[in-house]
Design a protein around this ligand. Structure first.
Ligand code: PGA
Length: 250
């Protein structure tokens, strides 16, 4: 069976719930024939509205983060059961902004991945090197660590619901996407990493998304690469027109 691509938008800290309602209403007719699965990760405050607006459509709503504990004294945090209760389907974990700005480490991200999978949310685990790390030829080492520590104690069965996003930090929000060649080489490396930890069937069916300055004019070339199974889009996912173009070109 052919793998269906995942085209995921990440709104980050943008848009109110009112904006979300309008955006989803406007984009539904433009993406309803998409061959790919359409994901949108919205801010916590827009989740309920977005889930309602996307009901009975091909748009899947997710969150951008969560805490690993079930509940308790964690002021300002959100749990996976709170997300599940809103009918949220997926969650982005370990995004580079969480790692770098909010100092989340691999162990914390791993606990979140475990919790999300146990509670029936599909995690998108983000991994990727900084510019300095790439220049020092540390890319593979960084990916090894972020991947192996991120998926610790996850079974083959659970891994069937896991998606990986390769997001080189130097390409995020910079307008400078990785070339399709760099992206494909790195995705091939990540596929080998997955095979190291999970069985072949899981490794081949697991989606590896590319993220970092994806736009309507570079998505086609990226998506033609064998090991790129979709994209994670930040800036260009904020406008109906550009996100719909990305979805339809992929
Ligand atoms: P960008 O962000 O498309 O704006 O580079 C991607 C991301 O952070 O997921």
């Amino acid at each position: 069976m052919e793998k269906k691509y995942i085209i995921a938008g990440n709104w980050k800290m943008n848009k109110t719930h009112l904006d979300a309602k309008e955006f989803i209403k406007d984009i539904i007719p433009q993406v309803n024939k998409a061959r790919s699965t359409v994901y949108i990760a919205v801010p916590f405050t827009a989740l309920q509205t977005a889930v309602e607006a996307a009901k009975d459509t091909n748009i899947v709503i997710g969150a951008q983060n969560m805490h690993d504990e079930e509940n308790g004294a964690f002021t300002g945090e959100i749990s996976s059961s709170q997300l599940k209760c809103l009918d949220v389907k997926f969650v982005i974990l370990g995004h580079s902004e969480r790692r770098h700005i909010f100092k989340e480490d691999n162990a914390f991200i791993n606990r979140k991945v475990i919790r999300a999978l146990k509670d029936g949310l599909k995690p998108i685990l983000c991994i990727g090197e900084t510019k300095e790390e790439r220049e020092k030829k540390l890319t593979h080492q960084i990916l090894d660590t972020q991947f192996s520590e991120g998926i610790k104690n996850i079974s083959n069965e659970e891994a069937a619901n896991l998606t990986i996003a390769y997001e080189p930090v130097w390409a995020i929000g910079t307008g400078i996407s990785a070339t399709s060649e760099i992206a494909e080489n790195t995705h091939t490396y990540i596929r080998k990493l997955i095979i190291k930890y999970f069985d072949n069937k899981i490794a081949n069916s697991m989606h590896i998304l590319y993220g970092g300055s994806v736009k309507p004019d570079n998505v086609e070339e990226l998506m033609q690469q064998e090991n790129i199974d979709g994209v994670l889009v930040g800036g260009a996912a904020l406008k109906v027109e550009s996100f719909a173009q990305i979805v339809n070109k992929a």
